[in-house]
Write a protein that binds this ligand. Sequence first.
Ligand code: DGT
Ligand code: CA
Ligand code: CA
Length: 574
Amino acid sequence: MPIHNADIAGIFEQIADLLEVENDNPFRIRAYRNAARTLRNLGQDVGDMVAGGKDLTRLPGIGKDLAAKIEEILATGHCRTLDKLHKRTSPGLSELLKIPGLGPRRVSALYHELDIHTPEQLYRAAKDGRVRSLPGFGEKTELRILENIEAHIQKDRRIKLATAAQYARSLVAYLQRAEGVSQVMVAGSYRRCKETVGDLDVLVCADQGSPVMAHLVRYDEVAQVISQGTTRATVILRAGLQVDVRVVDKQSFGAALYYFTGSKAHNIEVRKLARQRGLKINEYGVFKGRRRVAGDTEASVFRAVGLPYIPPELRENRGEIEAARAGMLPRLVERADLRGDLHAHTRATDGHDTLKAMALAARSRGLEYLAITEHSRRLTVARGLDPRRLLQQMEAIDALNENLKGITLLKGIEVDILEDGSLDLPDEVLGRLDLVIGAVHSKFHLSRDRQTRRILRAMDHPHFTLLAHPTGRLLLEREPYDVDMNRIIRHARERGCFLELNAHPVRLDLLDAYCMMARDEGVLVSINSDAHSTMDFDNLVYGVGQARRGWLEKKDVLNTRPLSKLRPLLKRTM
Ligand code: DGT
Ligand code: CA
Ligand code: CA
């Protein structure tokens, strides 16, 4: 892993925060913060500078001591000063600093005045009303702290879908090897493709439960067995993920799969339907009196209650049951429907692979076009392109397209939307591209109205094609910025531009509810990988899962079009 300026800046900021919590010398603290700022604004990688023998002390705010620390971090990935601080302070303090609304100054007050070291202690103190009396806090702050800690603790218990998938795949493969097992499926929120999952609900089809349970608890990754019976067990994996495993026989497998896929709200509604027909549904089957009428497959369960099959991603009781009864279920988009990808980076900025490697990787994933959309100059941490470097890349793409077979590279940019809604590159450059993706990468905390108007203004730009990761949220890390998505979507329709559904597992942004809103307004959504390496094209499947949760069909997705149909859509007429 290369170490970027932002990584080093992050380490310096952590040092400054912890020193501030300890009430250390203010000048020392400020020195670390200044150095961090210098690094974040630097136009080139300090790693390259050091490799090229450049003198770091000529950078603003970097003296001998900090230059040595930068070199230490570049060489070892660590900074001993931070390691020492971590050893000296309780690990809870770093946790506290991560809670939104708690800067180092507040954490310091909590630590010194109330002896609070962890989020849990703070939670109790806030509940007891002990926090409001501290200078600089007050009742409102206390309440906000409570909410933020609740969210923070909650977040820690859920994990991202793509992370869960890694554990799920190996566990399924392992369980399949147990004696007498014919099928293993993961149900629950995982199967519904929710962006985060609380635990894994695994169903195993076998006649005998005990051998499966014995096999399960011998799994290398199992850290703790919470409970173990003959047909069900709950274990915790080393990664901290809880897994519920149930063994069912063939005739109940479909009913169990249906029941444990949920969601609970969906199940409850369908159970009502069954009751109206004099039927009873449970995890063993569908019953009329004591007679089983369905349950070996999920389809048989739906049939018994008079419904067509409803895909798992729709089972949230958000209108899918009514739609199913009316024969109006959407035909959800599938991964195989994607013909191209409109957002990718290369080594020219913060990607890891060359143009050609990215093109070949996209082709090997069945794509027929790939837009190269590097960051623009404003994003210095990513070594964003200025006009000169962008024009160079455009030439390289033209040359490569001459020789590539089976895939076409499109010329694009992921241009920063500046605070006033203008774009970070001149019109005459943008006008020469096949598409322009606009992205917000700064000033996340503008008021709702200003943030919304900033984006609307960017869309007014004649060359604007596509709004990248529309809410800016990072799953479990950063809340979405406050925007009026309804207005943005209506504006996109008026201006003839599109919204991205960024498929990166940390983003999955557009959110499912906004996918529906876009569909209702007739605004096409582009499911993009935002690939920074050749492997990232595999993430498209998570974007498709999210789109399916948002009820999108093939026709609602921009990049299901073949290139010939796409090109005219990218040409803005308004
Ligand atoms: P998660 O784990 O929080 O991401 O969400 P789920 O949906 O996987 O929830 P979980 O693991 O508690 O339960 C798995 C499924 O089991 C749930 O989606 C539906 C079913 N289920 C659980 N409890 C009940 C219940 O009380 N009634 C009904 N009808 N179904 C339930
Ligand atoms: Ca679950
Ligand atoms: Ca569960």
